[in-house]
Design a protein around this ligand. Structure first.
Ligand code: SF4
Length: 273
């Protein structure tokens, strides 16, 4: 009896191995088909999938605690508001040629309204300038359902959760980077506008790590700078961040930001002819 069982064992093991192999092949085909479907889906679909992933993200415990605590305790002026309290996805035209990169949502701005640069003074300043330069249908940005539509521009951010004192840790920037990388991959922009030194460094670091540029030192932060990068990389434009620190002190005026946006518009038009 024992000898008979032993003789059956190799046959059964072979059968199990074959079944496992077939299952592995089916799974491979499934994930390959899903990957291809995602890769070839229209940008709006791919961005929607990305946004769902971003909104559900809890990779940074410190930021998760902070954003949720701010959403619970609220600022007195907004005590009747339902805070978003989650990571903030990108916003704009899914076929945009211009990707605008900011730092992170404000605790009582994007973290309250759920849309980048919305519900605070920085957003008022930025969208008013985008409107003047022809990239937005209206100058106001108050809430996710305020009717704001961007034309040929998309707003992304380096870190999707509001950080304490607007200062994310390097590990948090690193955790969040794939979301900006995926936006770049989906949009394939022709121009990138970095709002502030932090955003510029975050973007250049992506390129450096992919070995697309040699170093960041070649592209120093300076308001009004624009850089042609190697190969077919998007042209990089640089502006001061529209934080209150910069706009209240006059370091960044509306005219200055509209000037940079107008240059970007001219550049994109030259590519179209
Ligand atoms: S900062 Fe980015 S990576 Fe970290 S929890 Fe928020 S969305 Fe996730």
């Amino acid at each position: 009896m024992q000898a008979q069982r032993c003789a059956q064992f190799p046959a059964q093991a072979g059968k199990i191995a074959s079944i496992m192999l077939v299952c592995a092949l089916v799974l491979c085909q499934f994930f390959r088909a899903r990957y291809m479907a995602q890769k070839t889906a229209p940008p709006s679909t791919r961005l929607r999938v990305l946004d769902e992933t971003i909104v559900a993200c809890r990779k940074c415990p410190r930021l998760v605690r902070y954003r949720e605590n701010v959403a619970r305790t609220k600022r007195r002026a907004y005590r009747d508001c339902e805070y978003w309290g989650k990571p903030v996805p990108g916003f704009g035209d899914p076929r945009a040629e211009l990707l605008i990169v900011g730092l992170a949502p404000a605790a009582h701005g994007g973290n309250r309204t759920g849309r980048a640069f919305t519900g605070d003074r920085s957003g008022d300043f930025l969208y008013a300038a985008l409107h003047r330069a022809g990239f937005a249908n209206q100058p106001m940005s108050a809430s996710r359902d305020d009717g704001l539509v961007l034309r040929n521009a998309y707003v992304g951010i380096a870190v999707r959760c509001a950080p304490p004192a607007n200062k994310p840790l390097p590990s948090e920037v690193h955790n969040c980077r794939p979301y900006l990388e995926t936006e770049l991959d989906i949009l394939r922009p022709k121009a990138v506008l970095a709002l502030g030194g932090f955003a510029l460094r975050a973007y250049l670091q992506i390129l450096k790590d992919k070995k697309l540029i040699l170093n960041q030192a070649q592209y120093p932060f300076r308001h009004g700078a624009d850089y042609m990068l190697p190969g077919d990389l998007p042209r990089v434009f640089v502006s001061y961040h529209p934080s209150q620190q910069n706009t209240f002190t006059g370091r960044l005026t509306s005219t200055m930001l509209v000037g940079v946006l107008a240059e970007i518009g001219n550049y994109l038009r030259t590519l179209a002819v």
